[in-house]
Design a protein around this ligand. Sequence first.
Ligand SMILES: [Zn+2]
Length: 264
Amino acid sequence: MDSSEPSSSMTTVISLDENEVTPAQRSRSAFDTEGVEPFKRDPCRGPMFAKEFILLGPHQPKCHYPTIERRHFRYDWFGIYKWLEYNEANGKAYCFICRFSYNPIKSDKSFTVDGFGCWKNAISKFNKHQSTLSHKQACETGSNARRNRLNDESVLNQIDRRSDKQCEENRLYLVEIIRMTVFLAKQGLALLGHREDDESSNRGNFLELLELRCIDNAIIRRSICSLKFTDHKIQNELLLLIQTNITNQIVRELGKSKYNVIHG
Ligand SMILES: [Zn+2]
């Protein structure tokens, strides 16, 4: 057996947490987060940059690993040592989780700053590294940070979804307001009433129609208290927009014809 091959008796696998992803999943997630170029996750950029990628995890490229003294890095080590990452530029290995929780005094410099490249003793060094107290503490810190980040994202996503739903409902309500404005204008009916306060027995065509439509339109019923859009200024603005739209349509139609007759 190749001496660089890990034996089951020698190897202790420490998972970052219960939500750990495989290298393949991690690779896909890198593509999911468009804009994260591989070099940005490169471990040789320094420990502080690991903090940006707690959800993506270690940089584990599948590439050509150069041979040094008849030994080379092995891709399958990524499957065994979840924290392991590799820098293509200097051909050295690092520990993502120790870079994430880097401490200038406690952290193992060879796996956080300098990089490790002695493949002959790789397995024993990897096992020794992951059994150190600083690595175990880093695993705990990393797991907590990852869980918190996932929770934060989950809350933000919920807020975003709620906001999208509210925007869509507001848009639908505005469509109903426009529809009623057009209807009344088309019928030649005044929108305003003489008295539009709550005590009035006839609040004008627009408000009376709006109240009537509340009976069978859930969107209007839900939005009328918070949105309204019943102010005269808004109605005038809507009528002006409708007028401009109709004028533009007529002008477009006239532009298509060679001759036009205008009735006075
Ligand atoms: Zn470590």
